[in-house]
Design a protein around this ligand. Structure first.
Ligand code: FAD
Length: 411
């Protein structure tokens, strides 16, 4: 049934009674899941989070940047301080070429945080607020038996029933596959990303700057944080997607040698940082998700990477997932009917997130020119591109979602 033209926005108080006491099934306890759960609780909905991993994996993943548009959502929830306790301010990004020539900068402040610290803090805040999180519940299928219900089936043979279900299960979302079997799959972007943490006394102390180098064969970024730890990452091109587990089969020392070779013509301390890394160097192919024709059906909706995964080049995936969470709950609060709330959500979010996915793809193209001529050309045009980028970044970072402002839906 298409109820698109039949929607009405309601004031907070009136609609709150309509969704309150409903049970929401949230699939995935990464970034979007716990944030969504805490906002749902605010409007009286009873969320239960089902996470596929048997137990929390706080060492999983790497580090990411949270931008002001993301940290603002945490502030609205009243958990900014607790969550960011383990983060470090990045006062600006400075871009250089392989011989250390400064190409530009981006003055937007962000927070550098280990992904495991972020997800742990979000999970603990959700638990603190009495939200149920069930581990070892890997979704295998969803069913929509009628317009007020959704059923989740799990790989341990159990099932859960709720009034609606939200897939917060990331880029390889099973919710998406079950709901839209013909939907596009994530696409390999031609980039291998890797990175690690190290300590190195010869690298100058932290000045709150993330330095990023467009190197001869790859892109390298690092920041030394006040604890003395260096957070670093590297991107290089590879045309064919690696087969499953291929990168895992490469030993740490082989990978280190590869990165040292790729960056041997770049300025220091790049190879020094790579050389001094004794711990694990993580590596993975970068994927993003082509635009889906829709993000929802009846009582089931996708948010975060499940709906619109972006490559990491503009550092927005986690921030967008949190924005999604607050906007979706405002829609459920202010729009009559769950399905229509999902429609309103998608209308409000699609243009912004797809522009950011596209911008991230464009940024990726600057990272790995193949020869001296294209490199020279890049160094010439990059300062202009970066200047332009600063304005676009400002637009992205300045986005705010006021909790108290009602959602307005055009009939
Ligand atoms: C290398 C890299 C660097 C990045 N850098 C940045 C950055 O600087 N800034 C930024 O904002 N973002 C960055 N991101 C993106 C960011 O990590 C994601 O966009 C963000 O985590 C999305 O949140 P999510 O909740 O949608 O998905 P996720 O955080 O991926 O959470 C999904 C959860 O669902 C669970 N799950 C999966 N399948 C199932 C199932 N079948 N059943 C039950 N549970 C399931 C998973 O175990 C996981 O806990 C980066 C990503 C990568 C890969």
């Amino acid at each position: 049934m298409n109820r698109q033209n039949n929607r009405s926005a309601k004031q907070t108080a009136s609609n709150q009674s309509e969704v309150s006491d409903q049970k929401a099934l949230l699939i995935g306890c990464g970034v979007a899941g716990p944030v969504l759960a805490m906002f749902l609780q605010r409007i009286g909905v009873k969320p239960v989070i089902f996470e596929g991993k048997p137990e929390p994996r706080d060492d999983a993943g790497f580090f990411l940047n949270l931008a002001a548009n993301g940290t603002d959502v945490l502030e609205t929830l009243g958990i900014e301080e607790q969550v960011l306790e383990h983060g470090h301010r990045s006062e600006k990004l400075v871009f250089q070429n392989h011989v250390n020539k400064r190409l530009g900068e981006n003055q937007q402040e962000t927070v550098l945080i280990k992904r495991g610290h972020l997800t742990k803090a979000l999970r603990e805040e959700a638990l603190e607020r009495g939200i149920t999180i069930e581990f070892g519940k890997r979704l295998t299928d969803v069913e929509i038996p009628h317009e007020d219900m959704a059923i989740a089936y799990f790989d341990d043979g159990t099932e859960a029933h709720g009034n609606f279900l939200v897939g917060c299960d990331g880029i390889h979302s099973q919710t998406r596959k079950s709901l839209f079997p013909g939907a596009p799959e994530p696409e390999y972007t031609g980039i291998i990303d890797s990175g690690a943490f190290t300590r190195n006394e010869s690298v100058p102390p932290s000045d709150g700057i993330m330095r990023m180098t467009f190197g001869v064969n790859g892109f390298f970024g690092y920041q030394k944080v006040p604890t003395g730890e260096i957070y670093w990452f590297e991107n290089h091109e590879r045309s064919q997607a690696p087969r499953r587990r291929e990168l895992d089969e490469i030993s740490r020392s082989q990978w280190k040698d590869k990165l040292l070779g790729l960056h041997e013509r770049d300025h220091e301390p790049i190879t020094e940082i790579i050389r001094s890394t004794d711990g694990d160097i993580r590596k993975w192919p970068v994927y993003d998700l082509p635009s889906l024709s829709t993000w929802h059906q009846d009582t089931v909706c996708l948010i975060g990477d499940a709906a619109h995964a972006t490559s990491p080049h503009v550092g927005q995936g986690a921030s967008l997932a949190m924005e999604d969470a607050i906007v979706l709950v405002k829609c459920l609060r202010d729009v009559e009917g769950v399905s229509d709330a999902f429609t309103a959500f998608e209308e409000l979010r699609r243009e912004r997130v797809e522009a950011i996915v596209e911008m991230s793809r464009e940024t990726r193209n600057q990272k790995a020119p193949s020869n001296m001529i294209t490199r020279k050309f890049r160094d010439l045009v990059l300062p202009f591109f970066l200047k332009q980028g600063v304005e676009r970044f400002e637009q992205i970072y300045s986005y705010r979602v006021g909790w108290d402002e009602p959602i307005e839906v055009v009939e």
